[in-house]
Design a protein around this ligand. Sequence first.
Ligand SMILES: *Cc1c(COP(=O)(O)O)cnc(C)c1O
Length: 854
Amino acid sequence: MEDQELADQTSDRKLLYRLPSTRDVEGYDSLAELALDMRTTWNHSADHIWKQLDPALWGLTHNPWVVLQTVSREKLQSNFANPVFCKDLAGLMQDRSDGVAAPAWFQQTHPQSPLTCVAYFCMEFMLSEALPIYSGGLGNVAGDQLKAASELGVPVIGVGLLYQQGYFRQVIDKDGAQQALFPYNDPGQLPITPLRRPNGEWLRLEFKLPGYSVWLRAWQVQVGRTRLFLLDSNDAANYPAHRGITSELYGGGSELRLMQELVLGIGGWKLLAELGIKPEVCHLNEGHAAFAVLERARNCMKETGHGFEAALSITRAGNLFTTHTAVAAGFDRFSPGLIEQYLGNYAEKELGITCHHLLALGRQNRDDSSEFFNMAYLAIRGSGAVNGVSRLHGEVSRHLFGSLFRRWPIDEVPIGHVTNGVHMPTWDSAAADDLWTQACGKSRWVETTEMLEQKIFSVPDVGLWQFRCAASKTLVEFVRQRLSRQLTASGAPPAAIEAAKGMLDPDALTLGFARRFATYKRPDLLLHDPERLLRLLNNPQRPVQLIMAGKAHPADEAGKDLIRKWIYFIRHTGARASVIFLGDYDMHLTEQLVQGVDVWINTPRRPWEASGTSGMKVLVNGGINLSVLDGWWAEAYTPEVGWALGDGKEHGDDPAWDAVEAEALYDLLEHEVIPEFYARDTQGIPTAWVKRMRNSMAQLTPRFSTNRVVREYTESHYLPAAAAYHKRSADNGAAGARVSDWQQALAKKWSALRFGEMTVETEGGQHAFLVHMYLNDLDPEAVRVELYADGIPGGAPVRQEMARLHQLVAAATGYAYHARLPADRPASDYTARLIPRHEEATVPLEAPEILWQR
Ligand SMILES: *Cc1c(COP(=O)(O)O)cnc(C)c1O
């Protein structure tokens, strides 16, 4: 009997299953709490613990959760038997809970705030290389903002998608071609946990599509004090096709993208509702998430009993749309057929509107039934404020979206900007952290940063230069290791692998160029004249080395050719010793590069780089930027802090201009950058270089930190949006309903409004303007009449409201308006215009009508 049982495989498995796990080791929960908090990506106080548990695995993955899941019971128990370890851990846990409990900037500065929750929606979040659900810049912005919100105490909850394969991973094959790999993200090894209801049940959402349901699983990521919720569709109850909706980031065709955006926007808002979370503010980080405005309005319809239009008016006051795109082709557009297939039913049954009406929200011309549905248009029509991500991008966006505000002067297109930043504690090196801590204190990135400039400015030359020299050394060691590993994996000959271990010179000038290989970023600008580049690199007196990395989207053949071009240059000219291309650009590689390079080069075609963030990551580490005057650099650059390319104008993709900028780049390197780096004083310090570096660190680091960004979003957008939403939703949405009635009256009557004659009398140095206006029964309170004149060069336009005088006798709803202005400009400079007016609404964002007298 006993023998039989032993032979029985089933019970063998049972025994295995019953093996004690590490989870019941006392103290395990504390380690799990630390390991699952993304704070490990910027607060490195617990790194030594993971290293102690498994140095090799930690070094390769930087994933504390993997280390903890892999470690043996004995190892854990022996650590916990050590009082030093226990005390250390207790200190870390205390530090963590103190950090969570202490009032932060937001609680101190805005104690009576109407803001209790911002839901931050984004298609990708870059928090850690251990959670590969990002592609690049957009995810970087989202991840860094969550981290800064945590530190500043701003109540933000992130909403995103969990991808089974994330963005592709890159290998460069022996022919120099990029190969795309899709390793599976094993949820058990990602630092995430299933989101459970209080009764322990895993939260799964039923997402009804025509004819079937898609089940969405919910996950949670802890980011310090804030949380990120992720949805995925890989649920056992789904049809196979639907399990793959969240398989890849930015893969597949337009239908898959639409399904992902439905899951993100509609599913994301449903998840919040299911959890009883009621954010005042919904921040749409890029148009991908715009469907959230529909679901938010639908919820409001249910709660208030209002129709869709009124519900949208109530809720949009609390929505903020941040656009990150600098070219019209960059917006997501869906065919009317696809929208009808996926949303027709939702529009009619859930929103109570026709599909045509829904489509109109995403169209420039509401009645053009062939026009595609533009997600950015939906976001604009569903938001109470819109912003670009740099000053220049704000301007570019006003042009891009000008067609939604036809006949409004470009300056009045209602799109502002909040320039991006990066989360400095994530991107600084340990040595940079020490340097800044000594100069500015430990809490420098968790409060206001206005005092930092003075403090870091006082660090002496010697200290700064030693810090940089150590950073170069660390980078060179990292590159050697990574390159030899890369070569080993690709089957390179042993001699090449050995050679990699001695490459690069820690004392040489190191240039860094790492970014997405897209043609507008012109990664080949440096290759314009390969001979000249080689001469610059291989000058024995003043050697220069270049470290490169970057992925091209797997479907971007032109981008992949650019990678091939560089690999060819490296392998077949004399550049093998001075140029290195590292594969698989990701967050970890970025960190190493930005902490060690001397100069960060960026060469986009203006104005296609909406902001760019990689250059900001070198600031805290003492690297200097050399970049085209585009994105953030167009507002950051001054001659004391770095180098600029271009004339600050747009030249399209003119090859002649590319040639001009390539020559200018070589000239800058040859005549300014390289000589300044090698001009040493008696102690071997390049004093002019160190001065520039100090200016860059002091003036730019605080300004381009996410700390500043999140404070700016909070004060310029979140708080006003929360207040506006409260006002609109009060009294069962009465104000929202009034705004919506006003919008509908305008839309109905506007086309019949017209101006009569305008007359001017000039007397005593004043023009007196009088104009007649026919309002087609529209309440005269719903509009205002203004005199308008373009600004004199360098000045702002003149906008002078005209007073309503009296009703005209001959017309039912005709009025006379008048205004006086000093006669210092000719009367013919002025024209009258009629624009919507409502004291509770934002014009022209919520009412884009305008009528000019001439
Ligand atoms: C910072 C970062 C980016 C953004 O870089 P830009 O070139 O400024 O757009 C993209 N990818 C990774 C991995 C990054 O770390």
